[in-house]
Design a protein around this ligand. Sequence first.
Ligand code: CO8
Length: 260
Amino acid sequence: MNFETLLYEVQDGVALITINRPKALNALSPLVVEEMGRALETASADEAVRVIVFTGAGKAFVAGADIAVMAGYDALQGKNFSIKGQRVLNLIGQLPQPVIAAVNGYALGGGCELAMACDFVYASDKAKFGQPEINLGIIPGFGGTQRLSRRVGPALAKELCLTGAMLDAEEAKAVGLVNKVFPAEDLMPETMKVARSMAEKGRVALREIKTVIEEGYEMDLVKACAWESDRFAVCFSSPDQKEGMTAFLEKRKPEFKGGL
Ligand code: CO8
């Protein structure tokens, strides 16, 4: 798969998507956003892909939406770009595969929004997170106001968006934006180790866990639990359930082949 602004490779069940505009700190131009959408659709349709990892080339994860492009926008162009970005980031939550953000450096503005749209976030100890749009006279537009308040609560989300302050990786972990922090050189090996181990698990269970947590989170608890029961039942029509339980009883490693 060839892209102008991304590197895309699939190995051992893991699609690694690297945003590759290091000279602009991987700023999200309209082309990057469009290619991210295409890369996600490609990975989603590929039976060989069980887990997706996003990272950035060079010293940044993503330093935001492309300010040079947005500088000339009028209101309608701003709205259209916001909608396009949101569509791609919302797609991450709707994919059947888990998506991990491996945040190697700056995750600012659209970069922080991309990280928060992923299912979970690993970060290098050099990473920095923030929503500095206030300094440009705008607000976050790729879902940041909403995802940040859901992740860290409205008071901290307001403080971060209203001041434009950055959090380092440990601070971001302390407030629940980041799951784990690694020394910079260990970030990719450790992330890929986890991604590969998830890729060996059952496709159906990966999909159902992601979907039930993603969608149930916004539901009333009793309804969400009822929905969990339905999706629990779905797992029992998958060969993965037979294989997983048979392998346990036969004291061997399961070989999940997917299906359903
Ligand atoms: N857009 C375009 N170019 C960028 C961006 C960006 N977001 N960030 C960095 N660059 C470019 C710089 O202009 C510079 O280019 P050049 O070498 O040609 O001068 C190059 O990347 C390197 O950057 P710096 O020299 O600034 O590197 P530093 O290490 O000194 O500083 C920082 C790194 C602190 C990350 C700094 O670059 C910075 O503050 N960047 C901007 C961060 C920011 O404000 N991000 C938010 C952008 S707005 C946004 O994301 C809104 C999302 C929703 C949009 C909704 C649609 C309308």
